[in-house]
Ligand binder design. Structure first.
Ligand SMILES: CC(C)(COP(=O)(O)OP(=O)(O)OC[C@H]1O[C@@H](n2cnc3c(N)ncnc32)[C@H](O)[C@@H]1OP(=O)(O)O)[C@@H](O)C(=O)NCCC(=O)NCCS
Length: 156
């Protein structure tokens, strides 16, 4: 992946999945070498439809869908889990991933009942590791699927 110069903080919004943005979400792709790091958005949307606790969001920048994420934040638990996240290969390296994680954490904190956020990624996924470490996520070790779990305690 090429890191582009001039990474800036970019305004992004998270929007619920709707008829209006579904096709754009399905058109997003990771880089070929990243395919093993994340399920396809078609799989994730199908999963979200079957799971009442899945909260799926389009990442939108300047009116365009640039990424997708999914998390759960059960009402009877104080831990949320962000378990899908991707930025389209054509949009990577420009600060959108960082902005989207920031928005997701804001949205989760506003729910009020969540004290900690967990996130999972393949241990060799250096971009994910660095991105999440930048927010203060602390690696906890591998889960039963050999994915790294990292946790952020929400302040306040
Ligand atoms: C991980 C991912 C979402 C990052 O999105 P992005 O928009 O490119 O990220 P940003 O441009 O906001 O970069 C933010 C930080 O991430 C890290 N990062 C992003 N790409 C990186 C790379 N190729 N190598 C190393 N670190 C990288 C850096 O810490 C970067 O901060 P910096 O620019 O100050 O160095 C994107 O690479 C992606 O969609 N990957 C495929 C799916 C995936 O791995 N998802 C995560 C696991 S579910």
């Amino acid at each position: 992946m090429t890191r582009r110069a001039g990474t800036i903080d970019r305004p992004v919004a998270l929007e619920p999945v709707s008829k209006g943005n579904r096709a754009a979400i399905l058109a997003l792709e990771p880089l070929p070498e990243q395919q093993e790091y994340v399920a396809s958005n078609a799989e994730s949307l199908a999963e979200a439809e079957q799971d009442d606790e899945a909260i799926a969001r389009a990442v939108v920048c300047a009116g365009r869908v640039v990424g997708f994420l999914m998390y759960s934040a059960p009402k009877d638990d104080d831990e949320a889990i962000i378990y899908r996240f991707m930025v389209d290969r054509r949009e990577q390296g420009r600060g959108l991933g960082r902005a989207a994680v920031g928005k997701a954490l804001e949205e989760i904190a506003k729910l009020g009942h969540i004290r900690r956020v967990a996130i999972c990624y393949e241990p060799e996924n250096e971009a994910a590791r660095r991105l999440y470490a930048g927010f203060g996520f602390v690696e906890q070790g591998l889960d039963e699927d050999d994915e790294m779990i990292a946790v952020l305690e929400l302040g306040g």
